[in-house]
Design a protein around this ligand. Structure first.
Ligand code: SF4
Length: 674
């Protein structure tokens, strides 16, 4: 099932041909290249050159610049020469939508042109909804005639090209035949790729971006499966579109880009943030470095492929049971958040104070399971007192029982009062007797058993399903296997599935031996890559971020990763384009303002897009859209339908709020406590 990559358990880089952009190679043995895009008006040559220099100085290896029309495309000539005169040899890339004339001009001046197969030489009218085969072929001929001149000129000038498909921005032809699906995205690129190949032009890079990481991951996997079948080894450009800003933008990008990179796919990346594009560079560099450190020399996977269908999301089938009075696990329940505390069991007063402070900040993202390591058997005498002090602040307790506490002592020391308890213990794969003894103890004390296992068990404990059992990865494995913990969890899930063991899986984000006090960005990226990849594969029913000792931060990060992966919605979802030279208003301040007004609307998806050229198509499945219609004028959307045109920007925020109210999705924000 995993024809898209050589291994889902190690990072074996996909074989690709080298494409030169100017003198810089992408794909093959080259490192992962970092790129970004200017947000200035392209016709403002000075401002664009200045921003291109700032990006190059920050480490951006290609700078993309929008060319929304022929005049802007002409300005690329001056931008290019001034940028070179300033001493920068970073290749420049023109970003084209709709206009072949702009592409034909741009290709004269820059090293690479990006076209969007959803709109290049195509109008979106929906005049015909069902194409006959003849009509479809006529369309392809029209495409051939429209696209060939750019291919031939690119070939003549030695320029590279990106065929960059975006979800939500597909041609009528593709939409009618394949829908707005990953398959439609792939077919859309293949139409153009075949034309380019018919001219023996192969300096091509491919991309399949979407704002939803799950859609994006599936589209890239499908693309690779298809092009590999046809021996087309073009490099891949990875990105999540409209990821937004701040922590959420970084998380979504890391989930989409990171999980593909960890499967060996991807040769150049852009982390699109609704911020100054210079801020994108360190995030992209950190992502690339993490993955390049994981590249394996293997060219063949020693492990059997797993049975997950990588092209269609489906959550793993698991047992349903209660963790506490109001908290259960199961396919219908969103993943549970567990927060680990660095406090000891005896420190209940301090813990009570910390939780009392944290809880108001965690109103919509509560601590559900609180995990505490039992450091000595004597600690257990404090459990009842601890629960009395904090039982109203968390749903249940997870006690981590280290190996130096033997099971007999554990049994003797646990309290007999009924508390919502889970007990976590690591086991070797074949430690049947201790495992059974542990289950018996949990059963006697009405506690949920959680076992940490090694990933590669072919038999052993996975073959012995037990009621209400939760499974996670052995903490030693996690500490010593930083290179591909995604693969370790996949292997564990595969063994559970093999033995029809429906135990829910707990994804633990733990420090590794080489973590060495990682920065917040690194913790965020690590958690997003590991948890996000697994969640997008339908794996993971409990999640904890244990790399941050701050309870509030760790809990929020867990919820944000769940939201980024679309696994649990705990707040308003914002989809915001990164802005470019087409942008008609200040995206950063507008996004902030709208976030302040609507950030309490849990589950509502709001898109803030800089222009009507691409905005409506690319905001995909948003409930409401706020889109630049003309300078200082906003168009408002409900779903894909534009319902208000050209609202003066000063009034548009209120109109958006009114629209949300009209559609019954508004609730008043709770008053802020003094
Ligand atoms: S939607 Fe945003 S990033 Fe995309 S073209 Fe329009 S302004 Fe540029």
């Amino acid at each position: 099932m995993s024809a898209y990559c050589s291994s889902r358990f190690s990072t074996i880089r996909r074989h690709s041909r080298e494409v030169l952009i100017g003198d810089l190679g992408v794909g093959a043995k080259n490192p992962i290249r970092i790129q970004s895009m200017t947000t200035t008006n392209t016709q403002d040559v000075d401002a664009t050159v200045k921003q291109a220099i700032a990006l190059a100085e920050a480490g951006c290896e290609f700078v993309r610049i929008t060319a929304p029309n022929k005049t802007a495309a002409r300005a690329l000539k001056d931008i290019h020469s001034q940028f070179r005169a300033a001493g920068f040899d970073t290749p420049l890339v023109a970003d084209i939508h709709f206009l072949p004339s702009a592409a034909m001009e741009a290709v004269e001046h820059v090293e690479k042109v990006r076209i969007n197969p959803g709109n290049y030489a195509d109008n979106k009218k929906f005049a015909i909804r069902e194409y006959t085969d003849d009509q479809y072929n006529e369309e392809l001929q029209r495409l051939y005639d429209g696209f060939s001149p750019l291919v031939l000129r690119s070939k003549e000038l030695g320029r590279a090209m990106r065929i960059g498909t975006n979800h939500g921005s597909l041609s009528d032809r593709i939409m009618n035949r394949y829908g707005d699906t990953p398959l439609g995205m792939v077919e859309s690129a293949l139409e153009f790729l075949r034309i380019a190949e018919s001219h023996s032009y192969r300096e091509i890079i491919l991309s399949m971006k979407a704002s939803n990481p799950k859609v994006m991951i599936e589209a890239y996997r499908l693309l690779v499966d298809r092009v590999n079948d046809e021996d087309m080894f073009y490099p891949l450009h990875l990105g999540v579109t409209e990821a937004g800003d701040g922590e959420d933008g970084r998380i979504k990008s890391a989930i989409g880009i990171g999980s593909l990179l960890m499967d060996g796919l991807g040769d150049t990346i852009r982390v699109s943030l609704t911020e100054d594009p210079v801020f994108e560079i360190p995030v992209a560099q950190a992502l690339a470095q993490k993955v390049m450190a994981s590249w394996s020399e293997l060219d063949q996977d020693p492990v059997e492929p797993d049975s997950i269908d990588p092209y269609h999301f489906q959550r793993r089938s698991i047992a349903t049971f209660d963790l506490a009075a109001s908290k259960s696990v199961g396919v219908e329940a969103p993943p549970t958040v567990i927060t680990r505390t660095p406090f000891e069991l005896s420190q209940y007063e301090a813990l009570e104070t910390v939780l009392a402070k944290a809880n108001p900040k965690l109103k919509d993202t509560p601590i559900e399971g609180l995990c505490i390591e039992v450091r000595s058997i004597g600690d257990l005498r404090h459990i009842e007192t601890l629960w009395k002090r904090i039982g109203d602040k968390v749903a249940f307790l997870v006690l981590e029982i280290p190996q130096n506490i033997d099971l007999e002592s554990l049994s003797a020391a646990l309290p007999h009062s009924k508390l919502p308890l889970a007990l976590l213990r690591d086991f070797e794969a074949d430690a049947f007797n201790p495992y059974k003894r542990f289950l018996r103890i949990c059963f006697d004390f009405d506690a949920i058993p959680i076992v940490g296992l090694t990933p590669n068990v072919s038999d052993g404990i996975c073959s012995e399903p037990a009621d209400n059992l939760i499974v996670t990865l052995n903490s030693q494995v996690q500490a010593t296997a930083p290179d591909h913990r995604i693969g370790s969890y996949r292997q564990l899930a595969e063994r559970l599935n093999h033995w029809r063991n429906p135990s829910p899986l707990w994804i633990r984000n733990l420090d590794t031996d080489d973590s060495k006090a990682p920065s917040f960005l690194n913790r965020l990226l690590d958690a997003s890559i590991l948890s996000g990849s697994l969640l997008c594969d339908g794996l993971g029913d409990l999640i904890s971020i244990e790399t941050d000792r701050d309870l509030t931060r760790a809990t929020k990060l867990a919820y944000n990763v769940l939201q980024g992966a679309g696994a649990r919605i705990s707040k308003t979802e914002f989809v915001a384009c990164p802005s470019c030279g087409r942008t008609l208003f200040d995206l950063q301040s507008t996004t902030q303002r709208i976030r302040e007004k609507t950030g309490h609307l849990k589950g509502v998806k709001i898109a803030i897009m800089g222009c009507i050229v691409n905005g409506p198509g690319e905001m995909a499945d948003a409930d409401f859209g706020y889109v630049g219609g003309a300078p200082a004028k906003i168009n408002l959307y409900v779903g894909k339908d534009c319902v208000q045109y050209n609202i003066p920007q000063a009034e548009a925020d209120q109109h958006l709020v009114d629209l949300i109210k009209e559609h019954g999705k508004w609730v008043d924000p709770e008053p802020v406590e003094a």
